[in-house]
Design a protein around this ligand. Structure first.
Ligand SMILES: Cc1cc2nc3c(=O)[nH]c(=O)nc-3n(C[C@H](O)[C@H](O)[C@H](O)COP(=O)(O)OP(=O)(O)OC[C@H]3O[C@@H](n4cnc5c(N)ncnc54)[C@H](O)[C@@H]3O)c2cc1C
Length: 395
């Protein structure tokens, strides 16, 4: 297994690192009030980053999962809100449009994603159905060449900025997971409304949105059936990208702590000179490196989608590691670490998101447990080193 970066990956990481460290880091605090980081997004668009998941035919870079994860990691070191906004353009919603939308929509929307002129929102969660997607009540009824959408989605990121909503919904009232499909909606559609806003501890706003008889052209019905399986396949990518943000947040907090322990003096010496604090730093670093290895390994299974088992393991490992590492970084800052003056409190708050989005840790532990039991039944050796295989496109 080769963990060396290619020259192209090194150049990309270096360009994003320079931008994030020189321009995103100092301004990160101003996005804690729900302000969308338009200025950062435009700078990322200028170096091609918003087109990471867009095929080259539409002006994007068409990068593999691993490269995308490396980029998100660099952004997250400095600004959680910008990393999340970038994930919105690189994640499942872009992949759904690129793979399932008709050419007319792809050609119109994808170049605007690349240029930062079309923010995408993905809508899965409903007030009574987050993890329990089989319980969706939002429904799209097909009537000739039109689709009528009714329902409500909640906790939706970027609903006030989005130019296109990728909405997972029941189709024609068909029950269960098999009855779920996907429609696209533009915000000027009659009957669409943003009806509520929640401000998060991470800094961004999430929204409730309603569809009251929204009439869509039939070409906006991009997945008619088996949408849940298709969603899950694409979601394994999200399960590598979400933890890359956790990894970056932990690395950012580690960097802050490493600097602080040199500068802060108590009892006549820098706090980094106390063995207990060095051990803290050693543990933080050890945890980061261990999690990073698992995440990179999961990313490398992508073909084009990562191995579901490895993606789940990587996600839990990075998400939970980031909680511990960012918390220890606050501890090393003492009481100042708890204030808004220092980046560590912001990084910690961002890290809290990881275990909640993109499949909660409980859901993923369930998935891992199920695979272990299935392997027991079939005699598959889960510990065999060569058992990993990335998922196909669920076409
Ligand atoms: C910052 C942020 C951004 C988000 N952005 C979006 C977005 O853009 N679009 C979108 O659609 N959603 C978004 N969400 C919502 C997110 O996807 C959901 O919060 C998530 O899917 C969990 O659903 P829920 O909140 O309804 O929790 P619930 O499903 O109600 O779960 C509550 C708790 O019960 C646990 N649980 C559930 N089922 C089981 C089980 N079978 N066994 C054991 N434990 C279980 C869960 O793990 C969790 O701990 C966002 C959330 C956050 C925090």
């Amino acid at each position: 297994m080769d963990f060396q970066l290619t020259d192209q990956q090194r150049r990309m990481v270096a360009a994003v690192r320079d931008l994030a460290q020189s321009e995103f880091k100092t301004g990160a605090r101003k996005y804690m009030d729900g302000t969308f980081p338009w200025d950062n997004m435009k700078k990322l668009a200028a170096i091609g980053v918003l087109g990471m998941s867009v095929p080259e035919a539409y002006g994007g870079l068409g990068l593999p999962v691993f490269d995308t994860a490396l980029v998100l990691e660099e952004i997250a070191k400095t600004c959680y809100v910008t990393a999340m906004a970038t994930l919105g353009e690189a994640g499942v919603q872009t992949r759904v449009i690129a793979k399932y939308a008709p050419e007319s929509i792809r050609a119109r929307i994808l170049p605007k994603v690349v240029s930062g002129d079309c923010i995408l929102a993905v809508c899965m969660t409903e007030p009574h159905a987050g993890t329990d997607v089989a319980n969706y009540r939002t429904n799209a009824t097909v009537k000739g060449d039109r689709v009528i959408l009714n329902g409500c989605k909640t906790l939706i990121s970027r609903a006030r900025e989005a130019g296109m909503f990728v909405i997972f919904t029941r189709i024609d009232g068909r029950p269960g997971r098999e009855g779920i499909g996907c429609v696209l909606l533009e915000p000027d559609t009659a009957g669409f409304e943003v009806t509520g806003t929640y401000h998060t501890m991470g800094g961004e706003d999430l929204h409730e949105i309603q569809f009251n008889g929204c009439e869509l052209p039939i070409e906006n019905l991009v997945i008619r059936e088996d949408g849940f399986r298709k969603l899950l396949t694409a979601f394994n990518t999200q399960r590598c990208l979400n933890p890359s943000i956790s990894l970056g947040l932990a690395e950012g907090a580690f960097d802050e702590a490493r600097t602080y322990v040199k500068d802060r003096t108590v009892f006549g010496k820098a706090i980094g000179n106390f063995q207990g604090n060095r051990w803290k730093l050693a543990e933080m670093y050890r945890e980061i490196e261990a999690a990073r290895s698992i995440l990179y390994r999961a990313c490398m299974t992508a073909n084009p989608f990562p191995d579901p088992l490895m993606a789940a393991i990587a996600k839990i490992t990075c998400n939970e590691m980031a909680l511990r590492v960012t918390s220890e970084a606050i501890q090393l800052h003492g009481g100042f670490g708890f204030t808004d003056e220092y980046a560590v409190s912001r990084l910690y708050r961002g890290a809290r998101y990881g275990t909640l989005g993109g499949g909660t840790t409980e859901t993923l532990r369930d998935l891992i447990g199920r695979r272990i039991m299935e392997a027991g039944e079939s005699g598959e050796d889960l510990l065999a080193y060569d058992m990993l295989g990335g998922g196909d496109d669920a076409s």
